[in-house]
Design a binder for this molecule. Structure first.
Ligand code: CTP
Ligand code: CA
Length: 222
């Protein structure tokens, strides 16, 4: 039989994962969101559970089944996602794969906006809380290992390095989400692992394989 320390290296560890997009309301029937499918985040939650961890997956709206053996918290907005993540702490590891909306509408209309002679509405935005940075800089509940993603369409590595420093995470998994790459919504991913030690580029592989490799790497770094 295989050594459980090798096959299930996260037994006894709690892992929090975010996944999917968030939805920010405009009015009771409209919202702003993005193309994140949640496939990568859900695959990470599943891989962590298979490695023996107790996993809390906080996910925005996705068309995916809840992974087996994982506690799933369904949220819509970035602020709800932050609340759910904070409630899931303390944890040994936190992995932030969600594509969180950077902005929300400043004044959400209480009733459906109507067409009229005044023409289209103008929307004012305010910035959402940064969930990764909040957790990475948490005064008392910072997980031992904090992993962020960087969704980029240009200067992937440079932008990821800047995010590593700015957000206070231990690792950034950088991926090119330009439309031509097919990463958003697709089943494969090419990622670069950016840390204080440097940059490691992994060959293009399925999101399930990226998830398993990332969990193995994280378990090794603990
Ligand atoms: N993130 C987060 N909360 C936010 C925005 C981002 O937790 N409000 C997390 C994402 O889950 C990801 C990382 O931060 O792990 C980087 O997200 P990304 O959108 O690439 O970076 P931003 O800092 O939002 O910068 P920008 O979108 O301007 O590139
Ligand atoms: Ca962003």
């Amino acid at each position: 039989m295989q050594d459980p320390a090798v096959s299930r290296p996260l037994v006894g560890k709690r892992v929090v994962v975010t996944s999917g997009p968030t939805r920010e309301a405009i009015d009771p029937v409209r919202y702003l969101s993005n193309n994140s499918s949640g496939k990568q985040g859900h695959a990470i939650a599943k891989a962590a559970a298979e490695a023996g961890a107790e996993v809390v997956l906080v996910t925005g709206p996705v068309n995916l089944p809840d992974p087996v053996g994982v506690t799933v918290v369904h949220v819509e907005s970035a602020r709800d996602m932050l609340t759910a993540v904070e409630q899931a702490l303390p944890a040994t590891i936190a992995i932030f794969a969600a594509a969180v909306a950077d902005w929300r509408v400043a004044d959400v209309a209480g009733a459906k906006l109507k067409k009229g002679p005044a023409g289209p509405p103008s929307l004012a935005f305010v910035e959402n809380p940064d969930i990764l940075a909040t957790v990475a800089k948490h005064p008392s509940k910072r997980p031992q290992l904090v992993v962020g993603f960087a969704a980029e369409t240009e200067a992937v590595i440079d932008n990821a390095r800047a995010k590593l420093a700015r957000k206070g995470s231990d690792l950034i998994v950088a991926n090119d989400v330009g439309v031509a790459t097919g990463t958003f919504g697709g089943d494969a991913n090419t990622v670069h692992i950016v840390s204080a030690d440097g940059v490691e580029t992994w060959a293009r592989q399925s999101k399930d394989d990226v998830a398993r490799a990332l969990i193995a790497l994280v378990a090794k770094r603990l």
